[in-house]
Write a protein of this length. Sequence first.
Length: 237
Amino acid sequence: MTAMLNVRDLRAYYGQVQALHGLEFDLQEGSLTTLLGANGAGKTTTLRAICNMVRSTGSIEFQGTKLSSRSTESIVRLGIAHVPQGRGTFTTLTVHENLELGAISRKDRKAIPGDIERMYAHFPVLKQRHTQQAGTLSGGEQQMLAVARALMLRPRLMLLDEPSFGLAPLVVRDLFKILGKINREDKVTILVVEQNAQLALELADKAYVIETGRIVMSGKADDIANNEDVRKSYLGY
Ligand code: ATP
């Protein structure tokens, strides 16, 4: 596998506050990677820096293209979809309309209905609710819609910020199963930021641990899950 995304010496700032301190990591094409860390460690900021939504220095290369001078919109057009924390669906539009909007920047209009059907196959509950306003969906359904809408861009890389946030454990399991399927079958490379370390490590093949804006550990998800420090700090046993 070749690296799809290379991050080197990434530093990010909110005014005078420095949130990332020389972060370095790679994402292999086709991988499902999790970035674990406590509250305030810099997980959200890392995803925002990749999308150029926060002031940063250092180098981020996606498939050989430098992202630093590009707008968020042009980064999306390169094939990077970002599902922010708190979902971000259009609450007054229907499920179907949200999916159509997800594809708004695509030129291959003819392929869109087929892709919507594929999303309904991944997320049958969205098909059942396709005429319902997004704002009336449950939290889990809204999270599924947010993921499906991001996938309507046909991204090469999907960045997910705490998809498990606020969801019941069974719903999280369902969602994570679908993410695994999307990674394997649709060949979407995934970076998922999580506080639910246990589930994230079951899902991912590679993991990074971030503490106060720096990567402090990396490896295969299985090895990270068996690491004593990780077990104590993030898994609670
Ligand atoms: P959480 O899991 O709580 O979302 P996180 O790992 O995603 O945490 P970030 O949100 O990336 O952490 O925050 C990293 C650091 O940057 C924290 O110290 C936070 O207080 C600071 N920070 C984040 N957003 C801002 C902001 N808009 N203004 C100032 N400081 C910020």
